[in-house]
Design a protein around this ligand. Structure first.
Ligand code: PLP
Length: 428
């Protein structure tokens, strides 16, 4: 991992050419530092193939749940991306940041009546229906609004992919989507809806996936579904949304391909399937989240207690933990970390990095090799841009960290650090 680290002349870790230790001093720790240039490059790895090469036209929607703050929405808009939201809160953030409503795609397996009304009233471009029940709700709502959103139906493609494993199970036990295998999807998509603007199909097969095959397989299944619907009702639904899921590098064990290549492989999968089934190229959507922001962010902590338990383990405690990064406690996610002041120093000590919350499972990294550390040292955990801040909590009434965006040696504050006053502001 250290081979991709950037440092300045003094050998200090930099993000967006800004000195990480100086930012820690200026903004305090824990601190999320995002590399703006890197985010932009990740976005362009999708938009270039999609907008300049794919013949059917398309839209790249950033899956905002990965990291949903106004500044990311603004960058996505500037780079020509749309946005995928799954709640009224994410929708509100996107609209507040100036994301045009027609480029927003609204997901969720249990959207409330208030959330749906909010989407219709604000002119959201697309809604992904998650069930037969919701299609009926949307059909009724479409009768009452002038410019109702286009509707896609989320289907269970029967593909499950996690990192290096890919299985075609026909798995039906999921809270998301409508069954493809049972024929439900074809039936609902071929139905003559009275008011609904049915635009196409959606699937999302998993996350942190490194192989092309699952995406190509999903693309083929979706194109075949358009063909099946056409056979029944003589109409090609115009859109396919293939969700997100490309993997990123957390540790040396992860070896993702360049995003642009992965995107091209997916596009070519769609094109080949269209030729195979004689289906016109659909308008194509993808919804990357993790791969846009994940490897563009780090979290900087200050080390406190170093507890050596002879013969057992050394705990290195930092001033954050599961409240700002619950991914270890949730699914034993792996991360790498370095000391910003000496990122390339020899790693001689095996330690476990833990947080300061009242849970034994409050671990950030188990059994990592680091140089010897002491109280007061800075520690940077790498690739924390996705599903960290967005999953953070106030457990133990820890205040959420600040977020800064670094670019060309400068950093600007994008989210203020929470204050104690913020923590009690809704308490009566
Ligand atoms: C989570 C999710 C995404 C984004 O997935 P990543 O793995 O972060 O790219 C996209 N679409 C849907 C429907 C999702 O649930």
């Amino acid at each position: 991992m250290t081979d991709i680290l950037k440092t300045n002349k003094q050998g200090v870790l930099t993000v967006g050419d800004a000195d990480v230790s100086a930012l820690a001093k200026e903004f305090g720790t824990p601190l999320f530092i995002m590399d703006e240039e890197h985010i932009v490059q990740n976005m362009r790895a999708y938009t270039k193939p999609m907008y300049e090469e794919y013949k059917g036209g398309g839209l790249v929607c950033y899956a905002s749940k990965a990291f949903c703050i106004k500044e990311i929405c603004r960058i996505a808009h500037r780079e020509g991306l749309g946005l995928d939201v799954v709640s009224g809160g994410e929708l509100y953030t996107a609209l507040s940041a100036g994301m045009p409503a027609d480029k927003i795609c609204f997901h969720g397996n249990n959207k409330s009546a208030e959330e749906l009304a909010m989407a219709f009233e604000n002119g959201v471009g697309r809604i992904v229906a998650d069930s037969e029940e919701e299609l009926f709700i949307l059909d009724a709502m479409a009768a009452e609004y002038k410019n109702p959103p286009k509707v896609l139906l989320r289907v269970k493609p029967g593909i499950e992919a996690h990192t290096h494993e890919f299985i075609q199970t026909g798995q039906e036990d999921s809270k998301f989507g409508v069954s493809l295998a049972s024929g439900d999807a074809v039936r609902l998509l071929s139905r003559n809806w009275e008011h609904l603007a049915l635009a196409g199909v959606h699937c999302h097969i998993g996350s942190q996936i490194f192989e092309d095959v699952p995406f190509i397989t999903a693309a083929e299944l979706m194109v075949k579904l358009l063909d099946d619907v056409h056979k029944i009702c003589g109409r090609y639904l115009p859109e396919i949304n293939l969700g997100g899921g490309f993997g990123i590098r957390y540790t040396e064990a992860d070896q993702p391909r360049p995003l642009q290549e992965a995107m091209r492989a997916t596009i070519s999968g769609v094109e080949k399937a269209c030729e195979k089934y004689g289906v016109p190229y659909p308008f194509l959507m993808v919804e990357p989240g993790r791969s846009i922001v994940g490897d563009a962010g780090i979290t900087v902590y200050t080390i406190g207690t170093v507890k050596k338990i002879p013969g057992i383990r050394t705990y290195v405690a930092v001033d954050g933990g599961m409240a700002d990064n619950p991914r270890y406690i949730m699914y034993q996610a792996a991360y790498d970390a370095v000391l910003p002041l000496q990122p390339h120093a020899a790693r001689t000590e095996k330690v476990t990095i833990c947080g300061k919350c009242c849970e034994s499972g409050d671990i950030l990294i188990r059994d990592i090799l680091l140089p010897e550390v002491r109280r007061g040292d800075l520690l940077a955990v790498l690739s924390t841009g996705a599903y960290n801040y967005s999953m953070s909590s106030n457990y133990n009434r820890l205040a959420r960290p600040a977020v800064v965006m670094a670019s060309k040696g400068k950093a600007r504050l994008c989210v203020r650090r929470e204050s104690y006053e913020d923590l009690i502001k809704n308490d009566l």
